[in-house]
Ligand binder design. Structure first.
Ligand SMILES: Cc1ncc(COP(=O)(O)O)c(C=O)c1O
Length: 393
């Protein structure tokens, strides 16, 4: 028997939509803040003033990153809190206007669960479905608006498939009807142009750890004129919109990450798109019947979600992991069971196909050798995992 030698294990990280490694320059800024700006930004003495200065610089960096004014930046503990603040904060501030919110069936759980909580309190929630490519229908969105509608919440790009929604068109529609538009920009921010003004976005959620900053920091941009009540109560931080002493080292690191990405985003997107396309084409060639889930063009340049017929996602991910390749499923695994992805289900993808789907999300550190390594190993993985019905048992 001829034994083909496997290449030595290489650690390939293709799960950047889950989190990204911290950029060395961002880490350095985090550490220098711990060393030098350890005062409480609310204190009026020299130590506090030093920290306040760092906080405001970070605020300006984030504002510049997304085309807002620095007074519109509210630092949060991450994307989840930003989504909660946008949805619950607008709801609480709009009690006299109405109790209807429009969102989509494929939002991140931070949006869907916030809406569900409000639904349980008597709000009416419209969850727009998507087509087989993961796209929403703007006519349906407009038709769902009622005089009671207080918020439209739709993501910029989907975390599981990378599908990009027509955010500028949604923004224009929302403006025509004078309804605030919340956009979860957590996954898009690293790869797509992001200007709140141009996009007509009234509220924008961001998360640091998707942008090579540490975990536990993010922001909600709340444009002037959008009425918002706080959901965390206590001190007067963040202009009374988010109580609690600021996580300053993480915030200044986040500001630094935004400045770095604003500078390199376009070039990074072009480079990573070529690598992603090479991976996608290679998989489709090497795995007969493999299918890409999501829009072929309106998709983040770093993301591909693929169904591998004949494989089971848990064993496929385990095989990849054994060879040093980190990817993830479109399904959340808990206590050994796989819950099928609501995103893929909303696209009409069968449970069997969804149960054989893997998301590869590339990052700024991904290089061509990483992609070639995956493609080199794939035929052996396929041979091991797929059952040939003609072979018998
Ligand atoms: C689209 C989207 N929104 C929100 C979040 C939540 O962000 P965080 O992890 O910072 O709470 C995520 C994280 O995966 C996400 O992908």
């Amino acid at each position: 028997m001829q034994v083909k030698e496997l290449p030595t294990v290489r650690f390939v990280y293709l799960d950047n939509n889950a989190t990204t490694p911290v950029h060395p320059q961002v880490l350095e800024r985090y550490l220098s803040c711990c060393r030098e700006q350890w005062g409480n930004p609310s204190s009026i003495h020299w130590a506090g003033r030093e920290s306040r200065g760092a906080l405001e610089t970070a605020r300006e960096q984030v504002a510049r990153f997304c085309g807002s004014d620095s007074s519109e930046v509210i630092f949060t503990s991450g994307g989840t809190e930003a989504d909660n603040l946008a949805i619950k904060g607008v709801a609480a501030a709009s009690l006299r206007r109405g109790r209807h919110i429009i969102t989509t069936a494929v939002e991140h759980p931070a949006v869907l669960a916030s809406c569900l909580t409000l639904e349980q309190q008597g709000y009416e929630i419209t969850r727009l479905t998507v087509d087989s490519l993961g796209m929403i229908d703007l006519n349906r969105l407009e038709a769902a608006i009622t005089p009671e509608t207080i918020l439209i919440s739709a993501m910029y790009a989907n975390n599981e498939t990378g599908v990009i929604f027509p955010v500028a068109a949604i923004g224009a529609l929302a403006a025509r009807h004078r309804i605030p538009f919340h956009c979860d920009g957590v996954q898009a921010a690293g790869w797509l142009p992001l200007n709140c003004r141009d996009l007509g976005v009234g509220l924008l959620s961001l998360s640091g750890h998707k942008l090579q900053a540490p975990k536990g920091v993010g922001a909600l941009i709340a444009r002037a004129g959008v009425r918002l009540h706080p959901i965390l109560h206590g001190g007067a931080q963040e202009r009374n919109r988010r109580a609690g002493t600021e996580n300053l080292p993480a915030i200044v690191a986040f500001g630094e990450a935004c400045a770095l990405i604003a500078f390199s985003r376009e070039g990074d997107s072009q480079r990573v798109r070529l690598l992603r396309d090479r991976l996608e084409r290679g998989i489709l060639l090497l795995w007969p019947g493999a299918l890409v889930n999501g829009h072929p063009l309106e998709r983040l340049p770093n993301t591909v979600n693929i169904s591998f017929p004949g494989a089971r996602v848990d064993t496929l991910l385990a095989s990849l992991d054994l060879l040093g390749i980190a990817a993830s499923s479109g399904a959340a695994c808990s206590s050994g069971t796989v819950r099928h992805s609501p995103v893929l289900a909303a696209m009409g993808i069968s449970p069997e196909t969804a149960g054989a789907s893997v998301r590869f999300s590339l990052g700024r550190d991904t290089v061509a050798e990483d992609i070639e390594y995956v493609l080199e190993l794939l035929p052996a993985i396929r041979e091991r995992l797929t059952v040939d019905p003609t072979r018998g048992s």
